[in-house]
Design a binder for this molecule. Structure first.
Ligand code: VGL
Ligand code: ZN
Length: 210
């Protein structure tokens, strides 16, 4: 696949807490790091996102007495899944995986930093209304086509690709450079959402030959 100067690689939430040993560990989350590094080397423009929650964040089960992680609540903006405490601002768990090597990353976009609202998507918070600023940043810089990778396939990668597409960016998901949380039905729902939105899933080998 021919890359263009207006392409960007969007690396979603490749942080310690989402990798084995972390508080919201995703199976094989760390396995994608070498692939992401190899991909990043091919892109002129790389953007990293970082899940970045204050202590007591609305998405933490611990903030809702009696609630269990992996259940859900009705937040003012709609249903909100509850998670173990993760990616707390300035903690080791919120840091990028130590083997992630993207010295030329141009932007680190932090999200989920408001106590009362979560943000899976890199574009819009979970009210599906509050912008993160990423669309404006990409438009001003003329970056049009986005290749998404990182964690997690069925949450932050999913919502970033769906919102990015709705905001008129061409989004492709590099499937083997993601891993899923895998709650019941979450991967199937993501596959279906991508199909309905016309979001192409590609293999990293379309861009890097190993
Ligand atoms: C994520 C759950 C909670 C993600 C972030 O990066 O997919 N998932 N916070
Ligand atoms: Zn989070």
């Amino acid at each position: 696949m021919q890359l263009q100067p207006t392409d960007a690689l969007l690396v979603i939430d490749l942080q310690n807490d989402f990798c084995p040993g972390g508080s919201l560990a995703i199976a094989g989350g760390d396995e994608i790091v070498p692939t992401v590094n190899a991909l990043a080397a091919r892109f002129d423009h790389v953007i990293l996102t970082q899940d970045w929650h204050p202590a007591g964040h609305i998405s933490f089960a611990s903030a809702h007495p009696g609630a269990e992680p992996y259940s859900a609540i009705d937040a003012p903006y709609g249903p909100q899944a509850l998670w173990p405490d993760h990616c707390v601002q300035n903690t080791a768990g919120a840091a990028f995986h130590p083997a992630l090597a993207v010295p030329h990353a141009e932007l680190i976009l932090r999200k989920g930093f408001r106590a009362e609202i979560d943000s899976y998507s890199a574009f819009l918070e979970n009210d599906h209304f509050t912008p993160t600023g990423l669309a404006g940043y990409l438009r001003e810089r003329g970056l049009r086509r986005l290749f998404l990778c990182g964690l997690a396939y069925d949450f932050c990668v999913r919502h970033s690709a769906i919102d990015g597409t709705a905001l008129d960016f061409e989004c492709l998901v590099i499937e083997d450079a993601t891993r899923a949380v895998n709650l019941p039905g979450s991967v199937e729902a993501t596959d279906q959402a991508f199909e309905e939105a016309g979001i192409q899933r590609i293999a990293s080998t379309a861009i890097v030959t190993k």
